[in-house]
Design a protein around this ligand. Structure first.
Ligand code: SAH
Ligand code: SF4
Ligand code: F3S
Length: 492
């Protein structure tokens, strides 16, 4: 395990090892020499800032980058003060790209003033050849560009940048490789995301993710369990299992295993109290999984189940491979097996060819399911995806109008659903001191909603029973109801 590897003991004068992860530790040791030189020259250690755009996958990848930077000798700093600024980018919608270009542009004058400053770009946007071309041409002040498949090679690429003294670019089209046991730096001591699989094979017709994250591949269950055990030993009690479609976990393994089986194994880990996962694709949500969720004492009472559209006709054009009725059928089964389960979703408005009647079907699903919350997106055309060349792109003003109507419906239902829990006592994992009021703490309930209530810093990471006094739409105000919860009183 990485904490047992002492970088100082690695012989950096010899040739780099061929196998992973030893090779990366070798390059970390080389970068560490560079960091020591920096300290001698500047009288302080170098600083770095990793900024994440996009989803939880990217957030987890950023933790891996931070772990490597920490072991090399960097200290974390705000972006404005950092010697090394890294953007881990997202390209799922056009506006994600626009934001990144804007931010890179803002870095240029700073880099001119402080030539020793370095800029690194990685993540999904870098997997698009047009983006890299544009960066090479118009943003030549960037130091390091790499993609999603070779993120584990960060130390090696950084060493290459130090040696070359100019821009280093390394992007792979795809990979079947999974490198285990590299460092990472968790954002929270008490909870952690864990990749259980990478990539996506679904090719929803609007979505760029399969093109930038490559083919689906699952981590071995032993590696996942080992990682979780170590995390639990290190104080983690809540895990979030991550994948673009966790329900198809295990299909590509030499010894195939279902997601439900994996969950049952994870459930057995002593000291682990809460299990979450995302994202679930409705087409692969099995009865076996619903049953495991119903029986589990640790799986949280929340499921994010993206519907995307309520119209079977549009779902077909989206290549989602389920109908409106099948989706509603799943929701019924879930509600039956896991009473009180909180459901959230993703919805796209304005997919090519979407008519008012199709949109009404979406509203109908929203009204029938009564989501606790929903992420609503305006369809964004992604070059290279089948939907980008579909006819009947919906006019912007029509999409805007539908989007506003949908948001209103979603919000009003979410408010009603949230109010249902008012007056109940539920267990919260305390995550932080409240941002608005330093005399309050913020906790997360099993159903993923937040509650703010009086408390202090020392409560962070503990489980507390809270009376939900008032519902404020998307969160609650509460008060502690008794002593901190015990280890074995049923976490649901
Ligand atoms: N793998 C996950 C989600 C990945 S992207 C899943 O299948 O649910 C997160 C969300 O972004 C998607 O659920 C979808 O609602 C939205 N999204 C993806 N591509 C989009 C596009 N081209 N335009 C608008 N929204 C999009
Ligand atoms: Fe995109 Fe569909 Fe894969 Fe989700 S399942 S990442 S929406 S292609
Ligand atoms: Fe964005 Fe990549 Fe995630 S495109 S949504 S960061 S997988």
């Amino acid at each position: 395990m990485y904490t047992e590897i002492e970088l100082d003991k690695i012989d950096i004068c010899s040739e780099p090892p061929a196998e992973e992860p030893a090779r990366q530790y070798y390059f970390m040791a080389r970068c560490q020499e560079w960091a020591k030189d920096f300290e001698q020259k500047h009288g302080r250690r170098p600083t770095a800032c990793v900024t994440t755009f996009g989803c939880q996958m990217n957030a987890r990848d950023s933790e891996k980058l931070r772990g490597i930077l920490r072991d090399i000798g960097y200290i974390e700093a705000q972006e404005e003060q950092a010697d090394f600024v890294i953007y881990n980018t997202c390209t799922v919608r056009e506006n994600a790209n626009t934001r990144v270009y804007g931010r890179i542009g803002q870095l240029k004058p700073r880099k001119k003033k402080h030539p020793h400053m370095m800029i690194g770009l990685c993540g999904c946007m870098m997997q698009e050849p047009e983006v890299v071309e544009k960066l090479k041409k118009s943003y030549s002040f960037i130091d390091l560009i790499f993609g999603t498949h070779n993120i584990y090679k960060f130390a090696e690429l950084l060493a290459a940048r130090f040696e070359a003294g100019r821009m280093v670019i390394d992007i792979w089209k795809d990979t079947d490789k999974i490198v285990e046991d590299l460092p990472n730096e968790r954002k929270y001591p008490f909870k952690s995301g864990i990749n259980i699989m990478f990539g996506c094979n679904n090719f929803c017709s609007y979505c760029i993710v399969p093109y930038v994250r490559g083919r689906e591949r699952s981590r071995k269950p032993e590696a996942i369990i080992r990682e979780i055990r170590r995390l639990v030993a290190d104080g983690v009690t809540e895990v979030m299992l991550l994948g673009q479609n966790v329900n198809s976990y295990g299909k590509t393994l030499d010894a195939p295993m279902s997601f439900a089986e994996l969950l049952s194994e994870i459930e057995k880990i002593d000291g682990l109290r809460r299990i979450r996962f995302m994202t679930s694709h409705p087409k692969d949500l099995s009865d076996e999984l619903i049953e495991v969720m119903g029986k589990s004492k640790k799986i949280c009472r929340h499921l994010h189940l993206p519907v995307q559209s309520g119209s079977t006709r549009i779902l077909d054009k989206m290549n989602r491979r389920y109908t409106k009725e099948q989706y509603l059928g799943l929701v019924n089964k879930l509600r039956h097996a896991v009473p009180g389960i909180s459901l959230t979703t993703d919805i796209i408005v304005g997919f090519p060819g979407e008519t008012e009647a199709d949109f009404q079907e979406t509203l109908d699903v929203v009204r029938k399911v009564r989501y606790d919350s929903a992420f609503t997106f305006i369809y964004s055309k992604r070059t290279g995806t089948p939907a980008a060349v579909m006819e009947e792109q919906v006019p912007e003003d029509v999409i805007r109008d539908r989007f506003d109507r949908l948001l209103k419906e979603v919000q009003s239902i979410a408010g009603e659903v949230c109010a249902l829990h008012e007056g109940t006592v539920q267990e919260a994992l305390i995550e932080s001191v409240s941002e608005q009021d330093a005399s309050m703490v913020t906790g997360r309930l099993s159903n993923n909603l937040l509650v703010h209530f009086p408390g202090g810093q020392e409560m962070i990471g503990s489980y507390v029973k809270v009376l939900l006094k008032a519902c404020k739409g998307f969160y609650y105000l509460g008060e502690p109801a008794g002593l901190p919860s015990g280890q074995d009183d049923g976490m649901k």
